[in-house]
Design a protein around this ligand. Structure first.
Ligand SMILES: [Zn+2]
Length: 328
């Protein structure tokens, strides 16, 4: 007899897709690693492209509904948020009307495992040019694949995007990259000018899922850096403030790699900045500590039901304090 939890698991779709804005969908992946990545899918008619923000964990096993791989889901699965059609359907000859551009916000496994399934000859993969070595050398460790027993997906970056580079600039498609190192050296954000939506990857997100079924801390791996991170937050704040100052335009929204898909950009950036200033000042309690990858990883979390929590090597906050020259 099946347990109640396995029945519930089977009834939960592997991919859940909803509308984010008129041209963009957000796919929520219910993966076995419980990473719950958000994959953003922008449909563009001219040029005929499907732009993906990351590729998630790549699909599941067959114990959940819709647990096909991400590409199959996009090309074959009817989506009610898209009027019952797949997001990028094939025609009667099996051909695609739109090719893929995939913007990798960073190279952690829960963002790149799906890359394997997209056609290497016709898909365009973007990554940050800030620290190419981080992707090109020792990807098994930098992607964290090796710590969860996974092989690194076989992919090649087609275009190393520079800071503030406008990777698309046409009447219907305007996307701009911003280097935002901190979570990882290769972390990037990108701005959809037409929808006024800024995608920030894993730089931050709120703690509790919308349906309250799980929670996630803003996590930094060993390769994270709080000094770079604070500079990246400041850069994003300046960018959003400049966009918000444009006359007769709506305020910029932010979508994150987990949990948070559409919130006021300036408001959440100020809240995250304040949280990290409090952590650096020693005002946020450490509630957990464990040894990982040869060093002490801790969890900072305010009492009660805080909006955010942060998990990182303790060393990262000590590095900022040393750089700023103060003790806690
Ligand atoms: Zn990450």
């Amino acid at each position: 007899m099946e347990s109640q939890s396995s029945i519930q698991k089977e009834s939960t779709p592997y991919f859940l897709c909803s509308h984010l804005n008129p041209t963009t969908f957000v796919i929520h992946e219910y993966d076995k690693y419980e990473e719950h990545p958000f994959i953003y899918v922008k449909i563009c008619d001219d040029p005929p492209l499907v732009i993906l923000s990351d590729s998630g964990c790549g699909g599941g096993t067959n114990d959940q509904a819709n647990s096909r791989n991400l590409r199959d889901f996009i090309e074959t699965c009817p989506v009610s948020a898209n009027g019952g059609s797949p997001l990028n359907p094939r025609n009667s000859h099996g051909e695609l009307s739109r090719t893929y551009s995939i913007i990798c916000t960073h190279c952690h496994y829960d963002h790149i495992l799906g890359l394997n399934h997209f056609p290497a000859d016709s898909s365009h993969i973007f990554a940050s040019s800030y620290d190419k070595d981080f992707i090109q050398k020792n990807l098994a460790e930098h992607s964290l694949c090796k710590f969860v027993g996974l092989s690194v997906p076989d992919y090649e970056v087609s275009h190393w995007a520079k800071d503030y580079e406008k990777i698309y600039s046409s009447p219907l498609l305007n996307l701009q990259i911003l280097h935002t190192p901190g979570h990882t050296p290769d972390e990037l954000a990108f701005y959809d000018k037409d929808e006024r939506h800024l995608f920030v990857g894993d730089s931050f997100y709120e703690r509790v899922a919308k349906d309250k079924s799980y929670e996630q801390a803003i996590i930094f791996p060993k390769e994270g850096n709080f000094i770079d991170y604070m500079q990246s937050l400041e850069k994003l704040l300046t960018f959003v403030d400049e966009k918000n100052a444009e006359a007769d335009k709506s305020r910029v929204k932010i979508g994150c790699g987990h949990i948070t898909s559409s919130v006021d950009g300036s408001e959440i950036l100020l809240a995250v900045k304040q949280l990290f200033l409090n952590i650096i000042a020693g005002k946020v309690p450490i509630v957990q500590s464990e040894e990982k990858r040869g060093e002490e990883f801790v969890l900072w979390r305010e009492h009660g039901e805080p909006r955010f929590s942060v998990a990182a090597p303790k060393r990262l906050v000590l590095d900022v304090r040393n750089a700023l020259g103060f003790r806690v």
